[in-house]
Design a protein around this ligand. Structure first.
Ligand SMILES: C[S@@+](CC[C@H](N)C(=O)[O-])C[C@H]1O[C@@H](n2cnc3c(N)ncnc32)[C@H](O)[C@@H]1O
Length: 377
């Protein structure tokens, strides 16, 4: 039976909306908006910029777009778009056009409402593209929760956009208002490259990609245990980031075909770029799926899934995001298919795996990580 989200009501100057988070979680206690969203909505309304053409950036669950009905949402996240669509349906709102983070926005805009992202380089990338887009006098209203904001946010807005005002904080959130002036667009190379020894090649990483400037310790531990998997026709790198795990699997001859899957558009673009550069003769063997895990994946079932699952939802560290992906694996793996994953030691996926798979084993562990192996019965 499909479980339906239980919405809460957001009272905003633009009306009252029923909003729920995506993905659905039984017993959810978190709201689909935060103090930064409500502060931003109040400030846009207070400024009453009649007929302003608005671009929303990094809306998490659709609260900003459902209220403001902007020209477009600029985002990296498929989960955010799923949340937005769910909340638009619930409130009979038309669909907001989506511009993926991999494209520079080209819509005419007078006002940008931006939720400050977690990664500094990603913010710099977005501000640099916005500076290119915005006419003189256009406003960037940036909002964030105090505990997530860096002390450099105002300086970055000033550097890329123009004169910036830091408004007094409220509801543990803060707003910055930057006005685009005539300063030159700051060109900044926001991709990062590191040499990956197990691959014997450089990996190129776009902004907002996991562990952008070095091989993650958990990933490294999984790569040291890829010998536990037998070669198959089709393997999947689920939650692929820059594609490192799948690419090492290809190098070791573990799979003829590899499917890379991630919810981040920039992760998929990085994986595609790395696969094309490192294995130029094998492009026909690679597929790229930008999606919420395997929820809408319609390709062939894989005999092997390799995964370093996400261990947080936005800023909150927990097992939920990883558990969902592992549940999906139990549905999408081919019969007798093999799941090999690395998990932070404190995240206990064993009960879930035992319930959904057979032949579940803890194969190795070190001070921080565990390697788990499971078969579809
Ligand atoms: C721990 S990182 C691993 C990245 C890469 N495999 C590595 O080892 O460097 C987890 C990845 O999961 C992705 N992710 C989070 N939730 C997801 C979802 N629902 N569907 C697909 N990917 C997701 C994140 O974008 C991130 O790239």
């Amino acid at each position: 039976m499909t479980q339906l989200p239980r919405p809460s009501q957001l009272h905003s100057p633009y009306g009252t909306f029923d909003l729920s988070r995506y993905p659905f979680r039984a017993g959810e206690t978190l709201l689909a908006w935060c103090g930064a969203d409500t502060l931003a909505l109040e400030e846009v309304h207070r400024r009453a910029i009649a007929g302003a053409r608005i671009l929303v950036v990094n809306d998490a669950h659709g609260a900003l777009c459902v209220a403001l009905q902007p020209q477009a949402l600029w985002t990296d996240s498929m989960l955010a778009v799923q949340a937005l669509r769910q909340n638009e349906r619930a409130n009979n709102r038309p669909q907001t056009p989506v511009i993926w983070s991999t494209d520079a926005p080209t819509v005419a805009v007078d006002l940008v409402v931006l939720r400050v992202p977690k990664q500094r380089v990603y913010l710099e990338y977005q501000l640099s593209e916005l500076a290119r887009l915005l006419p003189t006098g256009a406003i960037v209203l940036a909002a964030g929760m105090d505990k997530h904001l860096s002390p450099h946010t105002a300086a970055m807005l000033e550097r890329y956009i123009g004169p910036t005002e830091r408004l007094p904080g409220k509801r543990k959130a803060r707003l910055f208002i930057a006005v685009r002036d005539r300063r030159q667009v700051v060109e900044r190379d926001v991709s990062a490259t590191y040499y990956c020894a197990p691959l014997g090649a450089n990996l190129d990483n776009l902004p907002n990609v996991f562990s952008q400037d070095k091989l993650d310790a958990g990933t490294r531990f999984l790569l040291e245990h890829l010998h536990l998997a037998e070669p198959v026709e089709t393997a999947m790198d689920l939650a692929c980031g820059n594609g490192v795990i799948g690419l090492v699997a290809v190098k070791q001859g573990l799979a003829e075909n590899l499917v890379f899957c991630d919810e981040s558009a920039l992760a998929i673009a990085s994986a595609r770029r790395n696969a094309t550069t490192i294995f130029p003769q094998q492009s026909h063997s690679f597929q790229f799926h930008h999606g919420d895990g395997l929820a809408h994946y319609a390709g062939a079932a894989a005999q092997l899934i390799l995964c370093n699952p996400p261990f947080h939802q936005e800023h909150i560290v927990n097992e939920f995001a990883g558990r969902r992906l592992l549940q999906q694996c139990s549905e999408y793996l081919a019969p007798q298919g093999h799941l090999l994953l690395v998990a932070n030691r404190h995240l206990d996926y064993l009960p879930l795996l035992r319930c959904r798979f057979s032949d579940v084993k803890k194969c190795a562990s070190n001070a921080k990580f565990t390697i788990l192996s499971a078969r579809k019965g």
